[in-house]
Design a protein around this ligand. Structure first.
Ligand SMILES: *Cc1c(COP(=O)(O)O)cnc(C)c1O
Length: 442
């Protein structure tokens, strides 16, 4: 495939976007896809293979979104495709238990500290259900979260969320009852004193604290050393549950997810965890899990109700199982090396063009903040020069590289990002950095 050259034709995408806007709000089914933060027309993708996306106008792009994480092995991986085709040939949904669900659950339990899991169809459902379980198990109502952490579009978790909510610069969202927001305490990330104060004031009413294992939805903002261990201990001291949301980082940041970066080394375990994205192998599958005694509160064993018509769907769980079985140590080593090459080259190009920036990482995930200061919380992430990012983004797109259409997101690579794909990215960076410098007036 050949990358798009400067100013590729976009007539077909523009025509589809116009039709889409007539029948779908904003023309998209998830807000960040609409290019609101960077302007211009989102590309309508018609096929994908390995590290590459092809659009409706016949342009090819190196994909640095990877479906926002799931495509760990690259697009249309032959072995995953074959497993899926085989599953589809046997029917697509039975409404009964199936073997692939058992095998995927065993795979997740063997790779993470959770003892039992329940499958759902989206990360949103996973966090929603984990919170219900935490409330049911503790008999308490309050939920603690951090500003800039995104946990899906669950009512009580949309307060000061990152991701699309950050991109749109909406402080929260309308449509969430005040009573629901009132049950959520939102704290600044990496702020131990704020956590201590919240637990001192409300400890006996707090059901759980939920955090991204290493936040990726305000750009990558790693926990300061020992921060997650401190959260786990604070929760334990107050009889609250510690929920680590690994929907984005699970099986992605490292082989053991975000937990592999601290908990696995320091020896603590979250009470509950949530997973999604990679574990669905490109299909709608997600999960929440944790200690056996806590999971026993779920119906039909316990009194916390939770269910789903397509939960544990045989095609989705087959895709996830095939993906995880192929996600070997060599794959993670390749992701790490590829991510390092790209982030170092991005930093070099931006430095050469005098554009203030900070690159932050979590395993193979990384993001480039268009701000000269290290970012430790959402207030810091919000200091970015989004005008410079928009110019950078479009210059990359024009040269055949599809970055996240927002400055508040992680960049993702895959096992299929080979030398040709990486070279395409590296070759595009200097001109994009100069475009950012011009737009930002540096
Ligand atoms: C993507 C994401 C979610 C929501 O998952 P969906 O499948 O989009 O509902 C929740 N938490 C985190 C950390 C995520 O990155």
């Amino acid at each position: 495939m050949t990358p798009a050259t400067t100013h590729p034709t976009t007539a077909a995408s523009e025509a589809l976007f116009e039709r889409a806007r007539a029948v779908t709000p904003g023309g998209v089914n998830s807000p960040v896809r609409a290019f609101t933060a960077v302007g211009g027309t989102p590309r309508f993708i018609t096929s994908a293979s390995g590290a590459w996306l092809s659009d409706a106008d016949g342009n090819d792009y190196v994909d640095l979104i990877c479906s926002w994480g799931p495509m760990l092995l690259g697009h249309a991986h032959p072995e995953v495709q074959a497993a899926v085709a085989d599953a589809v040939a046997r029917g697509t949904s039975y409404g009964t238990p199936t073997r692939p669900e058992v095998e995927l659950a065993e795979e997740i339990v063997s790779r993470t500290p959770v003892e039992r899991v329940r499958f759902v169809s989206s990360g949103t459902e996973a966090t929603m259900s984990a919170i219900r379980l935490a409330r049911g198990a503790t008999g308490r109502d309050l939920v603690v979260k951090f500003a800039g952490c995104y946990h899906g579009h669950v009512d009580p978790l949309l307060a000061e969320a990152g991701s699309g909510v950050a991109t749109l610069a909406v402080p929260g969202t309308s449509g969430v009852p005040a009573s629901s927001a009132a049950e959520t305490l939102v704290l600044p990330y990496n702020d131990r004193a704020a956590v201590q104060a919240a637990f001192d004031a409300h400890g006996p009413r707090i059901a759980c604290l939920i955090t991204e294992a290493t936040p990726g939805n305000m750009g990558i903002v790693p926990p300061e050393p020992g921060f997650n261990a401190f959260l786990a201990e604070t929760c334990r001291n107050h009889g609250a549950l510690f929920i680590s949301d690994e929907v984005m980082t699970g099986f992605r940041a490292t082989a053991q997810g975000g937990w592999g970066l601290d908990g696995a080394v320091e020896g603590w375990v979250p009470d509950l965890m949530t997973f999604g994205k990679v574990m669905g192998g490109g299909f709608p599958a997600a999960a929440f899990g944790g200690r056996s005694d806590l999971m026993a509160h779920l119906a039909p064993e316990g009194r916390v109700y939770q269910a789903g018509t397509l939960s544990g769907n045989p095609v989705a769980t087959t895709a996830g199982l095939a993906t995880l079985r192929l996600a070997t140590d060599e794959v993670y080593a390749h992701l790490d090396a590829t991510a390092r090459t790209i982030r170092e080259a991005a930093s070099e190009a931006l430095t050469a063009a005098s554009v203030p920036h900070t690159v932050q990482t979590a395993g193979s995930m990384f993001s480039v903040f268009f701000s000269g200061e290290p970012v430790r919380d959402f207030a810091g992430a919000s200091q970015q020069d989004t005008t410079a990012y928009a110019a950078f983004f479009h210059a990359m797109l024009d040269q055949g590289v599809y970055l996240p259409p927002s400055a508040y997101e992680s960049w993702f690579v895959s096992a299929a990002h080979d030398e040709r794909a990486v070279t395409t990215v590296l070759d595009a960076l200097p001109a994009a950095a100069r475009a950012a410098a011009t737009a930002g007036g540096y």
